[in-house]
Ligand binder design. Sequence first.
Ligand code: ZN
Length: 374
Amino acid sequence: MIWEKIEGQPSAVEYLRRSLARGRTAHAYLFVGPEGVGKSLCARLFAQALSCRRQDGDGCGSCPSCRAFAQSAHPDFRSFSPRGVRGGIVIDQIREIDRLAWLAPQMDGWKAIVIDRAETMNDEAANAFLKTLEEPPPRTVFLLLTSRPDGIVATVRSRCQTVRFHPWAFSLMEPFLRERAGIGREEAWALHCATGGLPGAALRTAEEKFTATRALVLRALAAGRFGSARELMAEASAWLDDLEEKHRRRAAALEKQRPPGLDPQGIKDEEEKEEAYLAAEKRADFDRLLLIVLSWFRDLELLGAGGQRELVVNQDQLAALESRAGGLRPGAAAAALARVETSRRAVRLGGAGRFTYQLTLENLFLQLGFWGPG
Ligand SMILES: [Zn+2]
């Protein structure tokens, strides 16, 4: 029943269901897939199914354990995220994980411990965690989530069962967005491309006037170097304001979801977790704008090289793209692509703030030759 909540990941669901049905739960699983593909949701539902008292291999939704999960208050389900904005999973957290792992479950089921972005464990933490994995505590399952499995030391990785999560195909995304948010085919396609096939990110993006922003950026790109940089920046700036407002609302919502009765250290830990979570979300949101720019130059490069028109991502801009591609000097699209990628990398590594984003955009537009007469 609860497995139906995970859409678009049939092989992961099938694998996990089967291991539960056979009563062969591994001590540790490594969920591998891009950020926003649904790994955390699946980890929680898997833990719920594991501890449900009524339905083998599923969650009934009404037993005390399932109800605790529904209220995000299950005492035997704990989740750990990297500390601070640029920090990682640290040794103190591993010690806490080890301590929890050896306690008896409070609800007579299993203990499930999630380690989000497990690739951020430093060597010290990984070595300590390895010891826990080598002598696995009874009725405890570790769920490691990562988008970069190569960042996890091989000795830890080899002790986990790997479960892969994939971005969605457009054939899944289109009906999903239509049913959830009444989104039409053309916009669904734009959202699909902008998020790389990640449904959660696509839904969130749809809420933030993404279509209008996309239309605007593409119009400016189509106008080329003599388009108005000032107009473009003004619009981009309004979009950044909207984003900021959205993130403020998210921060307030996260604060409300904190478990009650925390001590000062507990509050600090939660704050750090929320901060890291928000920073990741901000980066992903901003990256979507850069992905629009990227998709434009990819399309130009494709057409410039005589590629098939059907492969153009921005189908609604085909005419403008073809006319631009005609007058493009060789290598220009590739050079622009490299510049956009450099900006994306800078955002990934740098701070997640309004100022950084504004500056990144201005620099990028300047480099792309947009600082023409405004
Ligand atoms: Zn249940």
